[in-house]
Design a protein. Structure first.
Length: 151
């Protein structure tokens, strides 16, 4: 079974768990859930970035497959942002995630919108379009990290 098929199966499994995800038994379950979703997204986004930045040769079908995963998984981690899961360690959400929830949710939607555009650009099989969409998507990630993530 291909790695992509395995990842897709895992993503479908996460997606079917979304109704249950809203009712985590413990705060650390929510943290594990969101970290896992972000890790999957970061892995596939990194593969696209390697192509966009010339570290690996451009491969249109691989870029498209990875971008589809990024676009889908971009919708998952936000169920895991529940009160009581802030922290002071690097990468943890700042407390303002909850005090500025509307702004946080808008940042999440902006990233999801750009991830969807990234998937469209990747399907075009054009490196220049991929680079532009990758940069726009990365900018939304950075903006949210700057505002809502412990550096």
């Amino acid at each position: 079974m291909s790695r992509f098929t395995l990842v897709c199966a895992a993503v479908v499994g996460l997606a079917t768990a979304l109704p249950a995800a809203a009712q985590f038994q413990r705060p650390d379950d929510a943290v594990k859930y969101r970290k896992a979703a972000f890790q999957v997204m970061a892995t596939h986004f990194g593969r696209i970035g390697a192509m966009a930045n010339g570290r690996v040769p451009f491969n249109g079908p691989a870029a498209a497959a990875n971008a589809e995963v990024v676009a889908f998984v971009s919708k998952l981690p936000y169920e895991g942002f529940v009160e009581g899961t802030s922290g002071t360690e690097k990468g943890a959400p700042k407390p303002n995630v909850w005090s500025e929830r509307a702004k946080f949710d808008a940042a999440a939607r902006a990233m999801q919108d750009e991830a969807a555009k990234l998937a469209v650009a990747a399907r075009a099989n054009n490196l220049d379009q991929l680079k532009a969409a990758f940069g726009a998507t990365a900018a939304t990630c950075k903006a949210c990290h700057d505002d809502f993530r412990v550096q």
